[in-house]
Design a protein around this ligand. Structure first.
Ligand code: SF4
Length: 266
Protein backbone atom coordinates (compact mmCIF):
# COMPACT_ATOMS: atom_id res chain seq x y z
CA UNK A 1 0.00 0.00 0.00
CA UNK A 2 1.27 3.49 -0.86
CA UNK A 3 0.10 6.80 0.58
CA UNK A 4 0.83 10.22 -0.92
CA UNK A 5 -0.31 13.47 0.67
CA UNK A 6 -1.78 15.84 -1.91
CA UNK A 7 -2.48 18.85 0.29
CA UNK A 8 -2.56 19.70 3.96
CA UNK A 9 -3.78 22.71 5.93
CA UNK A 10 -4.74 23.31 9.57
CA UNK A 11 -8.19 21.81 9.03
CA UNK A 12 -7.99 19.72 5.87
CA UNK A 13 -5.87 16.90 4.51
CA UNK A 14 -6.17 15.20 1.11
CA UNK A 15 -4.17 12.06 0.35
CA UNK A 16 -4.11 9.23 -2.15
CA UNK A 17 -4.07 5.62 -0.96
CA UNK A 18 -2.99 3.06 -3.55
CA UNK A 19 -3.30 -0.69 -3.48
CA UNK A 20 -5.87 -0.91 -0.66
CA UNK A 21 -9.35 -2.44 -0.29
CA UNK A 22 -12.70 -0.71 0.24
CA UNK A 23 -13.38 -2.34 3.66
CA UNK A 24 -9.99 -1.20 4.99
CA UNK A 25 -10.33 2.41 3.77
CA UNK A 26 -13.92 2.50 5.00
CA UNK A 27 -12.87 1.23 8.44
CA UNK A 28 -10.43 4.15 8.74
CA UNK A 29 -13.15 6.56 7.62
CA UNK A 30 -15.60 5.27 10.23
CA UNK A 31 -12.97 5.28 13.00
CA UNK A 32 -12.02 8.88 12.17
CA UNK A 33 -15.66 9.92 12.43
CA UNK A 34 -16.83 8.07 15.51
CA UNK A 35 -13.89 6.68 17.49
CA UNK A 36 -11.63 9.69 18.00
CA UNK A 37 -12.08 11.37 21.42
CA UNK A 38 -13.07 15.02 21.36
CA UNK A 39 -14.20 17.61 23.93
CA UNK A 40 -17.66 19.17 23.74
CA UNK A 41 -20.07 20.85 26.15
CA UNK A 42 -22.23 18.14 27.71
CA UNK A 43 -23.99 19.67 30.72
CA UNK A 44 -25.52 23.14 30.72
CA UNK A 45 -27.00 24.93 33.72
CA UNK A 46 -29.05 27.88 32.50
CA UNK A 47 -29.35 30.22 35.45
CA UNK A 48 -31.07 33.03 33.56
CA UNK A 49 -32.12 33.27 29.94
CA UNK A 50 -34.17 36.33 28.98
CA UNK A 51 -33.53 35.84 25.25
CA UNK A 52 -36.12 34.64 22.75
CA UNK A 53 -34.19 31.40 22.31
CA UNK A 54 -35.44 28.28 24.11
CA UNK A 55 -33.07 26.83 26.71
CA UNK A 56 -32.90 23.52 24.80
CA UNK A 57 -31.87 25.23 21.55
CA UNK A 58 -29.25 27.28 23.37
CA UNK A 59 -27.82 24.16 25.05
CA UNK A 60 -27.73 22.44 21.66
CA UNK A 61 -25.81 25.34 20.12
CA UNK A 62 -23.32 25.29 22.98
CA UNK A 63 -22.80 21.54 22.51
CA UNK A 64 -22.02 22.03 18.82
CA UNK A 65 -19.52 24.86 19.41
CA UNK A 66 -16.12 23.33 18.52
CA UNK A 67 -13.64 23.37 21.42
CA UNK A 68 -9.88 22.89 21.16
CA UNK A 69 -9.44 19.12 21.57
CA UNK A 70 -5.89 18.30 20.49
CA UNK A 71 -3.87 15.61 22.29
CA UNK A 72 -2.37 18.12 24.77
CA UNK A 73 -5.81 19.46 25.68
CA UNK A 74 -7.37 16.03 26.23
CA UNK A 75 -4.41 14.69 28.23
CA UNK A 76 -5.54 13.73 31.74
CA UNK A 77 -9.28 14.04 31.08
CA UNK A 78 -11.57 11.07 31.77
CA UNK A 79 -12.69 9.09 28.72
CA UNK A 80 -16.21 7.59 28.44
CA UNK A 81 -14.79 4.08 28.94
CA UNK A 82 -13.17 5.07 32.27
CA UNK A 83 -14.98 3.86 35.39
CA UNK A 84 -15.02 7.31 36.99
CA UNK A 85 -16.24 9.11 33.84
CA UNK A 86 -19.68 10.01 35.21
CA UNK A 87 -18.31 11.47 38.45
CA UNK A 88 -15.23 13.06 36.88
CA UNK A 89 -15.04 16.84 36.65
CA UNK A 90 -14.94 18.21 33.12
CA UNK A 91 -13.84 21.66 32.02
CA UNK A 92 -16.16 24.37 33.30
CA UNK A 93 -17.37 27.33 31.26
CA UNK A 94 -19.24 30.38 32.49
CA UNK A 95 -21.02 33.16 30.66
CA UNK A 96 -22.73 36.33 31.83
CA UNK A 97 -23.85 38.89 29.29
CA UNK A 98 -26.37 41.72 29.20
CA UNK A 99 -28.11 43.04 26.09
CA UNK A 100 -28.27 44.69 23.74
CA UNK A 101 -25.62 42.54 22.07
CA UNK A 102 -24.92 39.39 20.15
CA UNK A 103 -23.34 36.78 22.42
CA UNK A 104 -20.44 35.05 20.66
CA UNK A 105 -18.44 31.92 21.42
CA UNK A 106 -15.57 34.10 22.64
CA UNK A 107 -17.78 35.20 25.55
CA UNK A 108 -17.54 31.69 27.06
CA UNK A 109 -14.99 31.85 29.89
CA UNK A 110 -13.12 28.56 30.35
CA UNK A 111 -11.66 27.21 33.59
CA UNK A 112 -8.79 25.71 31.52
CA UNK A 113 -6.76 28.04 29.31
CA UNK A 114 -5.97 25.18 26.87
CA UNK A 115 -9.62 24.33 26.23
CA UNK A 116 -11.65 27.12 24.67
CA UNK A 117 -13.82 27.65 21.57
CA UNK A 118 -11.84 27.18 18.37
CA UNK A 119 -13.48 30.21 16.77
CA UNK A 120 -14.32 33.46 18.56
CA UNK A 121 -17.08 34.62 16.26
CA UNK A 122 -19.73 31.87 16.39
CA UNK A 123 -22.99 33.70 17.27
CA UNK A 124 -24.79 31.95 20.14
CA UNK A 125 -27.76 34.20 20.85
CA UNK A 126 -28.97 37.78 20.37
CA UNK A 127 -29.94 39.74 23.48
CA UNK A 128 -32.22 42.78 23.39
CA UNK A 129 -31.93 45.81 25.67
CA UNK A 130 -32.06 44.70 29.32
CA UNK A 131 -32.02 40.95 28.57
CA UNK A 132 -29.57 38.84 30.56
CA UNK A 133 -27.98 35.49 29.85
CA UNK A 134 -26.24 33.64 32.64
CA UNK A 135 -25.07 30.06 32.25
CA UNK A 136 -22.61 27.51 33.52
CA UNK A 137 -21.55 24.61 31.35
CA UNK A 138 -19.35 21.55 31.62
CA UNK A 139 -17.39 20.10 28.70
CA UNK A 140 -16.42 16.42 28.66
CA UNK A 141 -14.63 14.06 26.35
CA UNK A 142 -16.80 11.84 24.18
CA UNK A 143 -17.02 10.00 20.88
CA UNK A 144 -18.86 10.75 17.65
CA UNK A 145 -20.71 7.43 17.94
CA UNK A 146 -22.61 8.93 20.91
CA UNK A 147 -23.40 12.37 19.46
CA UNK A 148 -22.39 14.45 16.44
CA UNK A 149 -20.98 17.16 18.73
CA UNK A 150 -18.10 14.78 19.54
CA UNK A 151 -17.37 14.15 15.88
CA UNK A 152 -14.09 15.91 14.96
CA UNK A 153 -14.64 15.62 11.21
CA UNK A 154 -16.97 17.74 9.10
CA UNK A 155 -15.94 15.91 5.94
CA UNK A 156 -14.48 12.41 6.03
CA UNK A 157 -14.89 10.73 2.67
CA UNK A 158 -13.08 8.90 -0.06
CA UNK A 159 -13.67 8.19 -3.71
CA UNK A 160 -12.08 5.65 -5.97
CA UNK A 161 -9.34 7.06 -8.19
CA UNK A 162 -10.97 8.18 -11.47
CA UNK A 163 -9.84 6.79 -14.80
CA UNK A 164 -10.68 8.46 -18.14
CA UNK A 165 -10.11 6.64 -21.42
CA UNK A 166 -10.88 7.55 -25.04
CA UNK A 167 -12.22 5.29 -27.74
CA UNK A 168 -9.68 5.65 -30.57
CA UNK A 169 -11.88 3.65 -32.98
CA UNK A 170 -14.40 6.48 -33.42
CA UNK A 171 -14.11 10.15 -34.45
CA UNK A 172 -12.97 12.57 -31.79
CA UNK A 173 -15.95 14.20 -30.09
CA UNK A 174 -15.08 17.65 -28.72
CA UNK A 175 -18.58 18.05 -27.23
CA UNK A 176 -17.69 15.80 -24.33
CA UNK A 177 -14.93 18.23 -23.24
CA UNK A 178 -17.35 21.18 -23.27
CA UNK A 179 -19.81 19.22 -21.11
CA UNK A 180 -17.43 18.84 -18.14
CA UNK A 181 -18.65 21.14 -15.34
CA UNK A 182 -15.24 21.06 -13.66
CA UNK A 183 -13.14 22.03 -16.66
CA UNK A 184 -11.11 18.85 -16.45
CA UNK A 185 -11.23 18.13 -20.18
CA UNK A 186 -9.61 20.53 -22.65
CA UNK A 187 -10.08 20.30 -26.42
CA UNK A 188 -6.86 20.70 -28.35
CA UNK A 189 -8.05 20.95 -31.95
CA UNK A 190 -4.55 21.52 -33.32
CA UNK A 191 -3.26 18.16 -32.08
CA UNK A 192 -6.75 16.63 -32.41
CA UNK A 193 -6.81 15.46 -28.82
CA UNK A 194 -8.72 15.98 -25.61
CA UNK A 195 -6.39 16.62 -22.71
CA UNK A 196 -7.20 15.55 -19.15
CA UNK A 197 -6.06 18.45 -16.97
CA UNK A 198 -6.75 17.32 -13.39
CA UNK A 199 -7.95 13.74 -13.15
CA UNK A 200 -8.16 13.79 -9.33
CA UNK A 201 -10.76 16.58 -9.50
CA UNK A 202 -13.08 14.39 -11.60
CA UNK A 203 -16.30 13.67 -9.69
CA UNK A 204 -17.21 10.78 -12.03
CA UNK A 205 -20.51 12.54 -12.78
CA UNK A 206 -20.33 11.20 -16.36
CA UNK A 207 -21.73 14.40 -17.94
CA UNK A 208 -18.99 14.03 -20.55
CA UNK A 209 -20.05 10.46 -21.30
CA UNK A 210 -23.69 11.49 -21.76
CA UNK A 211 -22.68 14.36 -24.05
CA UNK A 212 -20.76 12.10 -26.40
CA UNK A 213 -23.06 10.66 -29.07
CA UNK A 214 -20.46 8.20 -30.39
CA UNK A 215 -19.19 6.89 -27.03
CA UNK A 216 -15.83 8.58 -27.54
CA UNK A 217 -15.10 8.89 -23.80
CA UNK A 218 -15.32 6.42 -20.93
CA UNK A 219 -15.14 7.25 -17.24
CA UNK A 220 -14.32 4.54 -14.73
CA UNK A 221 -12.17 4.13 -11.63
CA UNK A 222 -9.27 2.17 -10.22
CA UNK A 223 -10.73 -0.49 -7.93
CA UNK A 224 -7.96 -0.35 -5.32
CA UNK A 225 -6.82 3.29 -5.39
CA UNK A 226 -8.57 6.00 -3.39
CA UNK A 227 -8.57 9.77 -2.87
CA UNK A 228 -9.30 10.45 0.80
CA UNK A 229 -10.32 13.82 2.26
CA UNK A 230 -10.58 14.69 5.95
CA UNK A 231 -11.80 18.09 7.03
CA UNK A 232 -12.17 18.93 10.72
CA UNK A 233 -14.17 21.52 12.62
CA UNK A 234 -10.85 22.97 13.80
CA UNK A 235 -10.93 21.19 17.17
CA UNK A 236 -7.85 19.15 16.21
CA UNK A 237 -5.52 18.91 13.19
CA UNK A 238 -6.73 16.43 10.52
CA UNK A 239 -3.46 14.50 10.72
CA UNK A 240 -4.07 13.94 14.44
CA UNK A 241 -7.56 12.62 13.66
CA UNK A 242 -6.09 10.22 11.11
CA UNK A 243 -3.36 8.99 13.47
CA UNK A 244 -5.83 8.47 16.30
CA UNK A 245 -8.23 6.62 13.96
CA UNK A 246 -5.40 4.30 12.89
CA UNK A 247 -4.44 3.72 16.55
CA UNK A 248 -8.04 2.83 17.38
CA UNK A 249 -8.25 0.45 14.44
CA UNK A 250 -4.91 -1.12 15.43
CA UNK A 251 -6.11 -1.64 19.01
CA UNK A 252 -9.29 -3.34 17.79
CA UNK A 253 -7.26 -5.62 15.52
CA UNK A 254 -4.89 -6.42 18.44
CA UNK A 255 -7.85 -7.44 20.63
CA UNK A 256 -9.13 -9.67 17.88
CA UNK A 257 -5.72 -11.29 17.42
CA UNK A 258 -5.36 -11.91 21.18
CA UNK A 259 -8.88 -13.35 21.27
CA UNK A 260 -8.03 -15.72 18.40
CA UNK A 261 -4.70 -16.74 19.92
CA UNK A 262 -6.37 -17.55 23.24
CA UNK A 263 -8.65 -19.95 21.39
CA UNK A 264 -11.70 -17.72 21.52
CA UNK A 265 -12.10 -18.28 25.26
CA UNK A 266 -12.38 -14.59 26.18
S1 SF4 B 1 -17.01 12.48 -15.22
FE1 SF4 B 1 -17.80 14.56 -14.85
S2 SF4 B 1 -16.14 15.60 -13.78
FE2 SF4 B 1 -15.24 13.78 -14.70
S3 SF4 B 1 -14.42 14.45 -16.64
FE3 SF4 B 1 -16.49 13.71 -17.05
S4 SF4 B 1 -17.81 15.50 -16.85
FE4 SF4 B 1 -15.83 16.05 -15.94
Amino acid sequence: MEIEIRSQTDDEIVFVVRDAEVPFVNAIRRCAMVNVPKIAIENVNIIRNDSAMFNEVLAHRLGLTPLVSNIDAIEGMALPEDEDYEESQGVMFSLYEEGPKVVYSKDLISSDSKIKPVYDTIPLVKLKEGEVLKIEAEAKVGYGKEHAKWMPTTVCAYKQYPEITFNEDVDIDYDCADACPRGILKSDKRSKKIKVLDIENCSMCKSCVRASVNNYINVGYHENDFIFRIETDGSMPPKEVLLKACDELGEKAEKFIRFSEEGGSN
